[in-house]
Design a protein around this ligand. Sequence first.
Ligand SMILES: [Zn+2]
Length: 253
Amino acid sequence: MKQIVLMYHDVYCKDVKESGFQAIGAIPYKITKNAFEEQVKAISQYCEAKLLPKSSVVFTFDDGGISFSTVIPEVLEKYGFKGLFYISTQYIGTERFLTEEHIRELAANGHEIGAHSHSHPAYDEAASMNADQLRNEWKESIGIMNRILGTNIKSVSLPNGYSTKVVLDYLEEQGIERIYISTPTTRISHHGSAQLIGRYAIQMGTSLQQVMAVINSPMTRMKYQLKSEILQIAKKLLGSSYSTIKRKIISKK
Ligand SMILES: [Zn+2]
């Protein structure tokens, strides 16, 4: 069965500053509880109308903000879904992030928990790390999650979509079976025994109509995939000038 995987971050009730990272770049990924519930409800109704199991749409959440305990599980559970939650372990127990107890509670309620690196390096930061530093990011993160949960985690999501052979080799060695990436696709690729699974990002500006088009329109999904592939090519061709150009394009919107 083909699964459509959605990528969320924080969900907030009143204030965008309630949960998770507060850097400028993180804000557009946070959505309101009302918008989130509207989406979960519509997806639930869609699955019921099409006689699809609830597992055909996968809700993933990145970073480890406190909303993973205070807001998100309640909404998912109300409509019969379980979530996949990816935690950047350096922030556990700090302000606006989950505590170890919250993480165990999520797992006990049937949600899946995985690692999202230790320090959550920015893309350029990760790109400047050597092989040992990259492996350490994941060694720390997976080690901490395994200790908190008392079991070996089976999945991770990659912060800022950053991956290299060093990272993928290490994750596979650690018994990670599913690696969630940020490429919008339902096509699953493999790195040894590990699956690389794409995700569709839901952001502050994503309308309910756009979310439902991702769920029910193969044409829409193909458009997102194509756009992302073109951006990847641009990144490769332009190298470091890519970020500068991207900033210029975004600031003109
Ligand atoms: Zn992240």
